[in-house]
Ligand binder design. Structure first.
Ligand SMILES: CC(C)(COP(=O)([O-])OP(=O)([O-])OC[C@H]1O[C@@H](n2cnc3c(N)ncnc32)[C@H](O)[C@@H]1OP(=O)([O-])[O-])[C@@H](O)C(=O)NCCC(=O)NCCSC(=O)C[C@@](C)(O)CC(=O)[O-]
Length: 385
């Protein structure tokens, strides 16, 4: 795929996405158009990526039991979406080599939770998907399949996940697959050992295969606001084109990764405007900020203002990407939940329990807690004792 596609091709893509997703067209009234910028409700979905993105970069192999305990603990915080592992080459990311056992555990012993949880796993190619599917096939009645008409783990009309279930119970999980493209050729080569066009062809197979098994698909695009190899100048239109390609392939969600944390408020706004111009709906977008330059909450605020209601985060600020030198962790889940709730938004997440998880996992892997809110609330709790 060339960097600059002919304008006609882009227009065609936009129209197709609009058609597929029932979007407003340019001919529709401005009021409809503006709707994209308004909050549809007060709920913000926070997707926990700590067990995968948070741990994948750790040099010392973390015991499987610790990873499972992390997932178990997170499941009881009110989170409804947890990225649990990665079916990638163990030669490339050794820390994720036990993801098959994690998936198997989740299917056999679904962690207790207030609401059904969607657990997602990365797959860079059909091999990764096949590995995941072979485990699913061995447990055909242990998970729920996704139908675009019914998404039980989405919040109800009030915008808040089911809080009536006072005690966490065992709910059959949803399983999702994630593909991960890059916005620059250099990052694609480093992360996937192939160019963007080849990666997209592989993702087409993964997406088609996953959908055939009733699995929802998240589609990441990395380095959307800065590349460790190509710098700040990542063209938002290029990101939007890749997003359109992935949506056309059947992806259910586009996850925009600020892998390096180089994103700034104005460039976040420009990126989201480019996505809107390309016909990608806000409800199909997730933002994934790393906090390397301390801009993650500012960029989250810009995204929220634009109308985005789905954000990735990592408990205790765990994380970094093995192919993004110097990148620190994701924005911490505790900071993001505290921030959203301070704005009067609902997340359905119990902040106190979450802070305990962040403190615990950082202790387990021998790191300092990278969540400001986590540290503050844990210190406050010690004083109050
Ligand atoms: C894509 C490949 C496999 C290409 O890697 P390659 O070396 O070009 O592939 P290959 O087809 O030549 O295979 C090499 C070996 O890996 C095996 N292999 C091949 N595929 C698989 C698989 N799925 N599962 C298990 N094994 C696999 C394959 O069988 C072979 O084994 P050998 O014959 O040498 O024994 C490799 O580059 C890879 O695994 N990359 C993944 C890198 C990665 O996981 N990066 C981190 C995730 S992305 C991220 O963190 C960003 C994100 C998502 O968080 C968002 C953001 O912040 O931006």
């Amino acid at each position: 795929m060339s960097l600059l596609r002919p304008v006609l091709r882009r227009c065609h893509t936009n129209l197709r996405i609009r058609h597929l997703r029932g979007l407003a067209t340019a001919a529709e009234p401005a009021a409809n158009h503006n709707h994209q910028h308004q909050a549809t409700n007060n709920f913000v979905k926070v997707v926990e990526v700590g067990p995968r993105d948070g741990l994948q970069n750790e040099k010392k192999i973390i015991p499987l039991t610790t990873k499972i305990e992390l997932i178990e603990r997170l499941s009881k915080t009110g989170l409804t979406d947890i990225e649990a592992g990665s079916f990638v080459s163990p030669k490339w990311v050794p820390q994720m080599a036990d993801s098959n056992e994690i998936l198997e555990y989740i299917l056999k012993y679904p962690p207790n939770s207030l609401n059904p949880i969607a657990y997602s796993f990365l797959a860079p190619n059909s091999r990764g998907l096949d590995n995941a599917v072979s485990i699913l096939r061995a447990h055909p009645t242990s998970y729920q399949t996704f139908s675009p008409q019914s998404t039980p783990y989405e919040p109800d009309e009030s915008g808040i996940p089911n809080e009536s279930a006072a005690e966490p119970t065992s709910n059959p999980p949803f399983i999702e697959m994630s593909v991960f493209a890059a916005a620059t050729e250099s990052f694609s080569e480093k992360n996937l050992n192939c160019n963007i066009a080849t990666s997209l062809e592989r993702f087409r197979e993964v997406i088609t295969g996953a959908k055939a098994h009733g699995l929802r698909v998240r589609a990441y695009i990395s380095v959307v606001l800065g590349c460790p190899f190509e710098g700040y100048d990542v063209d938002p239109r290029k990101v939007a084109e890749i997003a359109c390609d992935l949506m056309e392939m059947g992806a259910d969600e586009i996850d925009l990764g600020d892998t390096t944390g180089m994103g700034t408020a104005p460039r976040t706004a420009a990126l989201l405007n480019a996505m809107q111009a390309a016909g990608i709906r806000n409800e199909d977008i997730t933002m994934h900020f790393h906090d390397t330059y301390g801009q993650a909450l500012v960029n989250s605020a810009v995204s929220l203002e634009h109308g985005i209601r789905r954000f990735d985060a990592s408990v205790g600020g765990l994380g970094g990407c093995p192919y993004s030198p110097g990148a620190t962790g994701n924005v911490s889940t505790e900071d993001l939940v505290y921030f959203f709730e301070s704005l009067g938004m609902e997340t359905g997440v119990d902040l106190d329990t979450l802070c305990e998880v962040g403190e615990w996992i950082n202790g387990e892997i021998g790191k300092g807690n990278d969540s400001s809110v986590g540290k503050a609330l844990m210190a406050k709790r010690k004083l109050e004792r």
